[in-house]
Unconditional design. Structure first.
Length: 442
């Protein structure tokens, strides 16, 4: 799945001023994406910070060190395209103050006028109703507190960067990495824990009963970013499960958004050998139904990932050509995150799904695997479903069409060519469980 600098880039080392640098075995910072390994190998491929000179190779242990390694100023780091390799050692907590001390909602609410109890009184649906969105001084105060939190926990990543975990215990928790309008990023061997939005907004017009909506995707690839490889990492809500937040106005006080989203014209992304566990909205590809500028973009490959006890968006797609193969999906009946659907077929989406394995410890209606989100087409082949009985091959499109009024076709208009090997579906559970996640790179 990988090739080191010593095997494919030795001839060009001298020209980069790196003739004295040699890559040690399993030096993940010097590894680049293998040719044909998904959409991120398109064009010049994805090499991250492999060109970094010795002055731009860092080991970081806290948020301040991470920001310094990325360029020094979080507001401008997204524009820093100097090749850099950043090794993460231990746990980096992003929800901290300038002295690296963990903080809570009171830290961000100070001086804004935000008071949660007063917010609940002001926008109680019994008085406010469900017909209009919330507005007024308390909503403005909530938005201001949320903005202050965003300035602290969202970390901007510039082009030509590799962020690599050391060993099997490297973590980045409580914040969000964003790649906006950049190119050539590698993230590997990192355990991520989803950030909490301390100030979710109540939207009484969202659905029949309203919803609490939050910000901060764990990792966001957006705004025409290209060539990103996310590999052998883990994503979870950790101890901060949705159930632990309680309910207000009868709806979950949702403090999580997406785990790994690709939006706003981002392109050429490979997501491989990762583990996603215990989360609701996992992976959104595409911004909105009306974002027609996303046409011919959002090309993403998702392979050999372990999806465990998740609710939805595995992935949900608009517009993009998305190759989804050899992934293992596992669901348990007593999970805090009940299964809703796996493949979301959105407007003009073109999912090409091959040899994925779905394992439930209960019987499930196969028509639920695909969900209609105003799209018309999805190609699918080789899927296996294992419920309380033995595993069997299932035609998911036919199952969807049999169990739903809206009929889908398989005319997606493209065939993937950027892949190395597609394994037999029966081999997927053992292979993925053995190799996906942190600390499992060969």
């Amino acid at each position: 799945m990988k090739k080191t600098i010593s095997t494919i880039l030795a001839a060009s080392l001298f020209s980069f001023g790196l003739s004295s640098v040699s890559a040690a075995p399993h030096d993940l910072g010097k590894e680049v994406l293998q040719p044909k390994d998904g959409w991120a190998s398109f064009g010049n491929g994805t090499t991250g910070g492999y060109k970094a000179d010795k002055n731009h190779i860092f080991t970081v242990t806290n948020k301040n060190e991470l920001i310094q390694a990325l360029g020094g100023d979080n507001k401008s780091n997204g524009k820093n395209d100097t090749p850099k390799i950043i090794y993460v050692k231990g746990t980096i907590e992003l929800n901290v103050d300038e002295n690296n001390h963990p903080v809570g909602p009171e830290y961000y609410a100070a001086g804004t006028g935000y008071d949660f109890d007063e917010y609940l009184k002001a926008y109680n649906p019994e008085d406010w109703g469900y017909e209009k969105e919330v507005e007024g001084g308390l909503e403005d105060a909530r938005a201001e507190a949320q903005k202050k939190q965003k300035e602290q926990i969202v970390i901007n990543v510039g082009s030509n960067t590799s962020i690599i975990g050391i060993g099997d215990d490297a973590k980045i928790i409580g914040g969000s990495l964003i790649m906006s309008g950049v190119k050539n990023i590698i993230i590997r061997n990192i355990e991520f824990e989803a950030p909490r939005d301390f100030f979710p907004q109540w939207d009484p017009t969202d659905g029949d009963y309203g919803e609490w909506n939050s910000e901060y995707d764990n990792v966001s690839i957006t705004n025409n970013t290209e060539n990103v490889w996310i590999d052998h990492s883990s994503f979870t809500d950790g101890e901060n499960t949705d159930a632990s937040f309680g309910k207000y106005f009868g709806r979950t006080y949702q403090q999580h958004d997406g785990l790994l989203d690709v939006t706003n014209g981002a392109n050429y992304v490979t997501i491989s050998y990762n583990q996603f566990e215990d989360h609701d909205k996992v992976m959104l590809i595409g911004s909105s139904d009306s974002k027609t500028t996303d046409r011919d973009k959002l090309k993403v490959t998702i392979h050999h990932n372990y999806f465990k006890d998740l609710t939805q968006r595995l992935p949900r797609v608009r517009y993009g050509q998305v190759h989804v193969y050899n992934n293992y999906y596992e669901f348990t009946n007593d999970s805090d995150y009940p299964f809703d659907y796996a493949f979301g077929v959105g407007v003009e989406s073109k999912i090409y799904a091959e040899n994925n394995y779905f394992n439930f410890d209960y019987d499930v209606d196969p028509s639920r695997i695909i969900h209609y989100w105003k799209g018309t087409s999805i190609y699918e082949d080789g899927s296996f479903i294992n419920g309380s009985n033995k595993a069997s091959k299932v035609d998911l499109v036919a199952a969807h069409n049999q169990g739903n009024d809206v009929q889908l076709n398989e005319n997606v208009g493209w065939t993937p060519s950027l892949y190395t090997k597609i394994h037999p579906t029966q081999a997927v559970p053992a292979l993925v469980k053995a190799k996906a996640g942190v600390g499992k790179i060969d």
